[in-house]
Design a protein around this ligand. Structure first.
Ligand code: CA
Length: 353
């Protein structure tokens, strides 16, 4: 009998799947201050999912900008291993390597659906990793804002002349385009934006879209709200220190990857919902907000200057050219499908209302 019980116990033990039970505690640094949803949702939801999926064995502690005070230093901190993980937007590393900007968004570039297709199925993620190898970091998509609004301006922009001498917060390649149109540009973290706009240190800024923008209060000091051209599908990224990731048990790596993909898709849905709700509320509660599109002459110059900026980098930098070409070739195919599917569906169904 005793032998039988022992045998049974051995069989039960062998039948139990091998589960990693290693206790791991990681820290993740976000560019954003805590609570700034939906930007902060992917790390917060990731930490919860990983905790649940490992029965509390793999804990990720999320630090907002208010803890580490280095909103634009996330890549450095992950590279150096100060934090195992980070959550940010790739175009903040423009000064280190301009190719990183392409993995956030390109002015007049792809929509979120097009960009996700390129990243997951069109070779985009492989190129992104090739770019981040130099930083000893793994990079994964970490959410997408969809089309961003073109920003808040104190005064209406009626011509190219109105842009001359304007001081604006706008990061990435779009900032460079605005600079070529006579705008003095700066990249400023979220926490300082309202104060600088209110004081008149800057005349205009772009942030994200109606949900996040209205909560920041920009409309109180800059009532002209422009439609977007510069960030048609801004992707966020999870960054992970390579050694730390490689040292994880395989099960934890799989859990982390699955959770990153889930929270990334979730953030797009959450932000779309947030924007739609905020847009409806904005029209009702803030009639003083003037929604505008840039005049055609301004948009044309923006497009021309965008092409010059992209061509300039592609001429100097073969890797930039490879990534841009990959994106543009896919976009040319994808845009035909977007047009005949989404665009014509919306246009034809609106026409019969
Ligand atoms: Ca933005």
């Amino acid at each position: 009998m005793k032998k039988l019980i022992t045998l049974l116990l051995i069989v039960i033990f062998m039948a139990t799947p091998a589960m990693a039970e290693k206790k791991i505690r990681w820290k993740l640094a976000m560019t954003w201050p805590s609570g700034l949803t939906p930007l902060t949702s992917p790390p917060a939801k990731l930490a919860k999912m990983v905790d649940d999926m490992t029965n509390g064995n793999f804990i990720i502690v999320v630090d907002g900008e208010e803890s580490h005070k280095s909103a634009l230093g996330i890549l450095d901190m992950v590279e150096e291993g100060v934090y195992e993980m980070g959550h940010s937007a790739s175009y903040y590393w423009k000064g280190k390597d301009v190719t990183t900007t392409i993995f956030t968004t390109v002015p007049f570039g792809m929509t979120a659906a097009e960009q996700n297709s390129w990243l997951y199925y069109g070779g985009g993620m492989e190129l992104m990793q090739e770019c981040y190898n130099q930083f000893n970091v793994y990079a994964f998509p970490g959410g997408n804002t969809g089309v961003q609004m073109g920003g808040w301006f104190r005064k209406e922009i009626t011509s190219l002349k109105d842009l001359q001498g304007l001081k604006m917060r706008i990061p990435g390649l779009a900032g460079e385009v605005f600079a070529r149109l006579g705008v003095s540009i700066a990249n400023i973290p979220a926490g300082e934006l309202y104060t600088l706009l209110d004081r008149g240190t800057i005349d205009a800024l772009e942030w994200v879209g109606p949900g996040m923008d209205i909560r920041m209060g920009f409309h109180k000091v800059a009532p002209y709200y422009y439609t977007g051209w510069h960030e048609p599908a801004s992707d966020l990224q999870f960054l992970i220190n390579k050694q730390q990731y490689d040292n994880l048990p395989k099960e934890y790596q799989a859990i982390l990857k699955a959770a990153m993909k889930a929270v990334s898709a979730d953030m797009y849905a959450e932000n779309f919902y947030d924007s739609a709700e905020a847009w409806a509320k904005m029209k009702k509660d803030y009639p003083g907000i003037q929604v505008k599109s840039f005049p055609e002459e301004v948009l044309k110059r923006m497009k021309e200057e965008t092409e010059k900026v992209l061509d300039g980098y592609a001429d100097q930098n073969p890797f930039f050219k490879r990534v841009l070409t990959s994106q543009q070739e896919f976009m040319n195919k994808a845009r035909e499908w977007t047009t005949i599917s989404d665009y014509y569906y919306i246009e034809t169904s609106a026409a019969i209302q």
